[in-house]
Write a protein that binds this ligand. Structure first.
Ligand SMILES: Cc1cc2nc3c(=O)[nH]c(=O)nc-3n(C[C@H](O)[C@H](O)[C@H](O)COP(=O)(O)O)c2cc1C
Length: 329
């Protein structure tokens, strides 16, 4: 499958594995790269910029194929040293960066001067247009279905993707709620040049999260997510569990961040992924859980998506058109 995105970014398949806190590590990203898709290490999963340099080196030991690094810039009481992480990415010779969280304008000149291609991930058409104006090379747009931060507009991908496609000239990646070949074909039909997946890649053999988490994703349906931080206008879609339902309950009665801080601590979420203790904290997952019913290797997943997408396009869709033409003639 050749698209504007595969051409511009030199990848085989129009499939991206977006940055994932605690999950976007060398094993997964190298497997994604080897499968012909584009994987992103998650910079802030590494405790320091030096650790990120080491993780990039570790990924290169596992694959010869290109991969990128995600830099998520979120509002924070104690912001991480973003400029130092950015420099670590540049010094390591990374060719593609995924920015997310807020406007990448402060980071862009540095990244562009280093010859790095930037995919900016956002959640609204206006932010996508702004990103194109400030010079990013592609936009990834996350619909309301997505895992993580869907923004505050609550516009689902079925509207968001074509609305963005109408306005952009740079490659567009559809993100959120995509987990199989049907999602890939639909995204292309809606005007995207590729797809980005988080939850689906988290539920693969090479994903570095506890097996119990993967089994829970398989067991979960599309209804098993909660929207936390709504009242703080920093919405995050996470898996339903004892902690996320408690947070939603506290928020429904009105609260400040301090009232829920002990529940949502990042370290607790990390424990879920490392130990498989599913109620230890908040863990991120999207509505696409309802489309996931196995734990394949990354290569099996990517090959299956591409093969099935081609057969949907040349089989079911082509025969639908053929039979309509037949009916008319
Ligand atoms: C466990 C997990 C952690 C995530 N962490 C980040 C992150 O740190 N930065 C980011 O830009 N996106 C993050 N995301 C969002 C994904 O990159 C992607 O945009 C999203 O998962 C797409 O929705 P989907 O899960 O329905 O495919 C995360 C997603 C998951 C599942």
């Amino acid at each position: 499958m050749r698209t504007k995105f595969t051409e511009a970014f030199g990848v085989e398949h129009p499939i991206v594995q977006g940055g994932m806190m605690w999950v976007g590590r060398a094993e997964l990203v190298a497997a994604v790269a080897d499968s012909g898709a584009l994987g992103f290490l998650t910079a802030l999963t590494q405790p320091t910029p030096e650790d990120l340099v080491a993780e990039i080196a570790r990924t290169r030991e596992l694959t010869d194929k290109p991969f990128g690094v995600n830099l998520t810039i979120l509002p924070s009481i104690n912001p991480p040293p973003y400029a130092e992480y950015r420099q670590a990415i540049i010094d390591s010779g990374i060719g593609i960066v995924e920015t997310a969280g807020s406007n990448p304008v402060d980071h862009l000149p540095h990244l562009k001067d280093a010859g790095i291609k930037v995919i900016h991930k956002c959640t609204s058409v206006r932010h996508a247009v702004k990103a194109e104006q400030v010079g990013v090379d592609a936009v990834s747009i996350d619909g309301f279905e997505c895992a993580g931060h869907p923004g505050e507009d609550d516009v689902a991908g079925l509207i968001l993707i074509p609305a963005a496609a109408r306005k952009l000239t740079i490659p567009l990646i559809a993100s959120g709620g995509i987990a199989d070949a049907r999602g890939l074909v639909a995204a292309l039909a809606l005007g995207a040049d590729g797809v980005n997946m988080g939850t689906r890649f988290m539920c693969t053999v090479e994903s570095p999260v506890a097996h119990a988490v993967k089994e829970q994703i398989v067991a979960n349906t599309e209804r098993d997510t909660e929207l936390i931080f709504r009242s703080l206008r920093n919405t995050a879609r996470v898996a339903t569990n004892a902690v996320s339902t408690e947070v939603v309950d506290i928020e429904s009665r009105g609260c400040e961040f301090a009232d829920i801080q002990h529940l949502v601590a990042g370290a607790r979420g990390r424990t879920v992924f490392e130990r498989g203790d599913l109620d230890a904290g908040i863990w991120t997952a999207g509505q696409s859980q309802g489309l996931i019913d196995d734990i394949p290797t990354v290569r099996e997943l990517v090959t299956r998506m591409v093969t099935e997408a081609e057969s949907i396009i040349t089989g079911r869709l082509a025969s639908t058109v053929d039979s309509r033409i037949g009916a008319v003639s």
